[in-house]
Ligand binder design. Structure first.
Ligand code: SAM
Length: 253
């Protein structure tokens, strides 16, 4: 029998299990590499996106990046900063973080995690860390974001949505759409297991930490949560069941 969980349990377990421990990035690299691939795909597309919008980015004094649910280390943001640097744009970046977990925010800003040098250039470490240290961070659920409309140039949500209850997924999607500027980039990565309910949940049934709240959502349904976007790239549907993740990048219309 499954333990009946309250919504508080869901949030707590989700944070403990995914995102709020120092070795989160290492575990992704060693155990859940499929999830790192999602972050890498976002970075790869960002490179193309910057090329297409280069003069616009060059003329800006600030490039505002929001990472929704960054987990300790804000991996997607670090990869995005690395891409910006290839165009000489990293110094213009202002990073914003929003996460329900105080531990996530504190450890990220205090740089209390290991730098993943297999996927990030070690010569960028000091500058990337400086950006995380000076990030503007909010500790609250992403259902309501205390940011102005059309504020961000880039909004990232890596492996966040399956930790959100189905009832709040559309609310978070609409907050992302509200806060990104026109033609700004929304980049989402998510996990996908065809047999999630059957196997994954059973494997974790006896865990001391209650089963993390997970409610995975199909890529098509996930894209449909956003009402006013133009999808520029997305996972190939046939690959998703083999790869266990999907991603898409979109611009706000
Ligand atoms: C699996 S981690 C994803 C980390 C990272 N973005 C990545 O791509 O690996 C999920 C993160 O979402 C955060 N989170 C969970 N529910 C949230 C909510 N309602 N609002 C904001 N953050 C939330 C967790 O604390 C955790 O940091």
């Amino acid at each position: 029998m499954y333990k009946k969980l309250t919504s508080e349990d869901y949030i707590t377990s989700s944070i403990i299990r995914f995102g709020s421990h120092k070795r989160y990035i290492q575990e992704k690299l060693l155990v859940d590499f499929f999830a790192v691939k999602g972050n890498l795909k976002i970075a790869e597309y960002l490179n193309k996106y910057i090329q297409q919008h280069l003069s616009e980015f060059q003329s800006k004094s600030r490039i505002r990046i929001l990472d929704v649910g960054p987990a300790i280390g804000a991996l997607t943001t670090m990869l995005v900063l690395q891409e910006l640097d290839k165009f000489g744009l990293m110094d213009k970046a202002q990073v914003y973080l929003i996460d329900v977990s105080e531990r996530v925010i504190n450890s990220t800003q205090n740089l209390d995690f290991f730098y993943p040098k297999t996927i990030l250039d070690v010569s960028l470490k000091a500058r990337i860390f400086k950006k995380l240290k000076s990030s503007k961070a909010i500790i609250q659920s992403a259902e309501s974001m205390p940011f102005k409309t059309n504020f961000f140039d880039i909004v990232l949500a890596g492996f966040l949505f399956h930790h959100l209850h189905d009832s709040i997924k559309p609310v978070v999607a609409s907050e992302i759409e509200r806060t990104i500027r026109k033609e700004g980039l929304i980049a989402i990565a998510e996990e996908w297991f065809e047999d999630y309910k059957k196997d994954y949940a059973h494997e974790h049934i006896g865990d001391e930490i209650p089963l993390a709240f997970e409610s995975i959502i199909k890529m098509e349904d996930m894209i449909a949560l956003f009402k006013d976007i133009d999808v520029k790239i997305q996972s190939n549907s046939e690959d998703i069941p083999k790869e266990n993740y999907y991603y898409f990048c979109a611009e706000k219309k």
